[in-house]
Design a protein around this ligand. Structure first.
Ligand code: TXA
Ligand code: MG
Length: 309
């Protein structure tokens, strides 16, 4: 714990100087910077090579601070009370006079916000005077990192500091819901749609082509950098074969996300496994069929984007 405390203080030191740091969260690691500082936020875009028109998520720990930046509505409060802190991002209207850097929102009047539940993220946010803008800590369109080492692999010496926070518990990016109009899911995540719908008392849908156009949901995303095909019964010997059900034989190109069929475990292992097979020198990936239920929907969504040519 003491170790965590000094790491958090070190993180604050760099953030206060308008630098970016790697931040552990329960979904994936973020590349965090002071959301109120133009200088700091621009560094995020530069490091990630992210198009400037792709807005960022701002991370808070207190409702009080959030209320200074955006307009809170009834649907927000329902979801906040039930799911925050947690793997949920909500799009709200930005308040006039908010301190959030115009580069975070690409000068638009909406803001994506999240309350992360990772204790390190919470304890860091508690000692800061500003919320943290944090996209996933990867070069744009590549795989999100789920360990400190992954973040270091992405940015090398270009990043000043990454806080150690273990393996991200969930392993997939947060669910995103737009609350500025009729609630709509913009990105699938680990939360079950039925539970979210129940809380809002309205049936939420995920449309691949949402009414709210954001470049971050374009195809080719979450890419391992080598071709990937889905729903495979078998793989060729030159392909890494990613599996979720135990097979009788065990070939050297088999990589299990889970052997028990537990898709929550599969989600947690997905990005690490994709990185591993690439490091092992495979030039192609085949993935076994994964059922489109619960978190399986989000896994398949990421695989689909990763497989886009
Ligand atoms: O789990 C997560 O959400 C992680 C951790 C670090 O919090 N963050 C993350 O951020 O995945 P990023 O930037 O990689 O993905 C955020 C997505 C992008 O697709 C972006 O286009 C969308 O959110 N987004 C951000 N602001 C938005 C807005 N105002 N309206 C609609 N979409 C928005
Ligand atoms: Mg991302």
């Amino acid at each position: 714990m003491n170790n965590n405390l000094s790491n958090i203080k070190k993180g604050k030191y760099f953030l206060d100087k308008h630098n970016c740091i790697g931040l552990p969260t329960e979904t994936v690691y973020g590349l965090a910077a002071n959301a109120y500082s133009n200088k700091a936020v621009l560094k995020i875009f530069k490091l990630k090579n992210r198009p400037k028109n792709n807005p960022l998520i701002v991370h808070y720990h207190s409702l009080e601070m959030l209320k200074k930046d955006c307009i809170v509505n009834k649907n927000f409060l329902k979801l906040y009370n039930k799911f925050c802190p947690g793997p949920l991002t909500l799009i709200l209207k930005l308040k006039k006079g908010s301190n959030v850097s115009k580069f975070v929102t690409n000068k638009k009047n909406t803001l994506a916000i999240r309350f992360p539940s990772h204790p390190i993220a919470i304890n860091l946010l508690k000692i800061l005077k500003y919320p943290l803008a944090a996209p996933s800590a990867n070069i744009s369109s590549k795989l999100s990192p789920v360990t400190k080492k992954h973040v270091e692999e992405e940015f090398g010496k270009k990043i000043k500091y990454v806080i150690e926070g273990g393996n991200s518990k969930i392993g997939l990016e947060s669910t995103i819901i737009n609350l500025t109009a009729r609630p709509e899911i913009l990105r699938l995540g680990s939360l079950e749609i039925s539970k979210l719908s129940k809380t809002l008392n309205s049936k939420l849908k995920f449309k691949k082509k949402s009414s709210l156009k954001v470049p971050g949901q374009n195809s080719l995303h979450y890419s391992p950098g080598i071709p990937l095909r889905m729903n495979c019964k078998n793989a060729n010997s030159d392909e890494a074969f990613i599996l979720v059900k135990k097979r009788n034989k065990n070939d050297k190109n088999f990589f299990y996300l889970t052997t028990s069929g537990n898709l929550t475990e599969a989600a947690k292992n997905l990005y690490s496994t994709l990185r591993t097979v690439k490091k092992k020198g495979y030039k192609k990936i085949a993935v076994e069929k994964i059922s489109n239920k619960g978190i399986g929907l989000a896994i398949n969504d990421r695989l689909q984007k990763a497989s886009t040519k």
